[in-house]
Design a protein around this ligand. Sequence first.
Ligand code: GLC
Length: 719
Amino acid sequence: MRENKLLSLLNQMTLDEKIAQLMQLATPFFKGAKEQGQITGPMAEMGVTDDTIQNSGSVLGASGAQEIINIQRTHMEENRLGIPLLFMSDIVHGFKTIFPVPLAIGCSWDLELTEKSAEIAAREASVSGVHVTFAPMVDLVRDPRWGRVMESTGEDPYLNSEFARAFVRGFQGEELTTDVERVAACVKHFAAYGAAEGGRDYNTVDMSERELRENYLPAYQAALEEGCEMVMTAFNTVFGIPATGNKRLMRQLLREEMEFDGVLISDWGAVKEMIPHGVAENEKEAAYKAISAGVDIEMMTTGYVNHLKELVEEKMVDESIIDEAVLRILQLKEKLGLFENPYRGANVELEPEVIMSAAHRKAARELATKSSVLLKNESILPLKKEKKVALIGPFAESGDILGPWSWLGSRDEAVTMKEGILSKTSRLTVAKGCDIESITDAQTEEALKAASDADVILLALGEDSDMSGEAGCRANIQLPSAQLQLINYLQSLNKPMVAVLFNGRPLDLHGVLDQTDAVLEAWYPGTEGGNAVADLLYGDVNPSGRLTMSFPYHVGQVPVYYNHFNTGRPQGAPDAQERYVSQYLDIPNEPLLPFGFGLSYTTFTYSDLKLSSATMTEEQTLDISITVTNDGPVAGEEVVQLYIHDHSGEVIRPVKELKDFQKISLDAGETADITFTLSENQLRYHHSDLQYKSDPGTFTVFIGRNSQDTMEQTFRLEK
Ligand code: GLC
């Protein structure tokens, strides 16, 4: 159906039908849904009529080919103009085959596997009838107290942008209309949701437009450049106005400047939340502000269906604004081929073959091994299979390793750490040792007994997945004290101890890193987590993950991130005074573990950093080369990271900024010459007048294994 046919369809729609097209409700409202009629709580108070439901434009949270076919079929029978429903769901890091959480995927620095994980998620979702996924979430994060850091790929704008592109490519593919194994992506949450004050979800975000453009917008921009079809509004305020009713953010910045003309959907209830935010007296005013800001779909509240008609009649809202929104939704349906085939990819027969296939699980296992980060290893890993192992901890046999936003995944089908280890050795004893947040004498005794005859103790520790994710914010970012107690008890046995962590945020690892001989950060590794962890612990895979979010020394440091500013009184400067510098009296400024950090079972040496010239101009590029040698005992992967520092800008400039990286594989003893090419556009930044440009002057280029351990050389940009 081409543009003119869509326009003629639009012209046949009544105002009521147009407005209903802008509403998105969850499946219980729809005939044919498994939970049809189970309308409870706030949903029951919505007072939505059947007539409105019959004309609604999209459905939230449906999954399963048969259910979606049932809902769509009933809808197509009842909808006067035969406009098909759009089915949208949260498929963030896998559909049923669950991949590691995005913060873990970020630590893989593997864009190819990331894209593949999104492609697999799309394939499983589309065969189950889903058309749109509410992903990727690309919010930059610097505060591990926030529960949703697990959903982001980290603290760097450039790296987040590269991952945003990879996720969108994987979800959408090249041709959404004909490739029914893909789904439309929806980048979220626009904008700067990750900067919630105090790391408290839904809290105020207040930053300069320059900071917003410099650090928070690039990843959304990258997703849109990759053709992302939808954008979701953020719950938070930007420039003092909730994003969902923010014309400057949505019309000026997103639609005009970033040239986004796709569908903009509110987050759950975010339209009505303008009332408690304090910028709307009632639902009608909230609806007015949202439609004026260009929000096309209202998710899970009914301000549009209750008030837009009145607002049009009162000439507060021109019907053309509603037409614009409806047309964007019809265009997305057209792009997905729904007018030709409302059932698109849904396939009841094929579904069981595609979902959780061996190939999908294999990909999940591979990405989980790449996403885990070896944080410490006092020559105890990899384990030898003849060693007697005591596996102790609340995650020893837990399926709660899928992490938040894995609602379709099955914990029962997840490979637990015990199952993974048993696939490597039978010389295993297991004890829970404690619960996530409590410990008993009986549990302690059982743990000590299980460990008494072991050669090595494997600790399986972490956060319950409810302690992470949306509204999962913690002011104390240590492991729960019961688990720290368990470590202390087991310390008394004087045996080598390895801690494996299952968690959704950087933790304050005091009591863990200093009390054990090795630590593997597994995050929430997904369906194949137990196998991936075992592959790494026994050396079948050499760890290669590198942190993309700093681990604080203490929560009092937060926010702590690598690309910080120097200040006028930096610690350690030649003329620095003892006291009067930017520091804490009681803890260091540096994080416990820096951005880019991660260990391997081998070692890599860097040498011969060379620049093709000591100067460059806007027209020239600078070739930067370095030699990397695997001078350790086994093959391994290294993430060679390139940072720059602009010595003097019109505004202050970060002490380091990641500008490129290469993940390379080297056999034991192998040497490689790695080359990067730096161009002037990588030296640009937002000036105080918001112009995005570079300045002539001195720069330092750093190359190394993480943001702290680098080699450096300076060069000049000449204009
Ligand atoms: C939630 C989340 C958003 C999600 C939406 C639909 O509140 O903030 O990320 O896509 O609701 O489930």
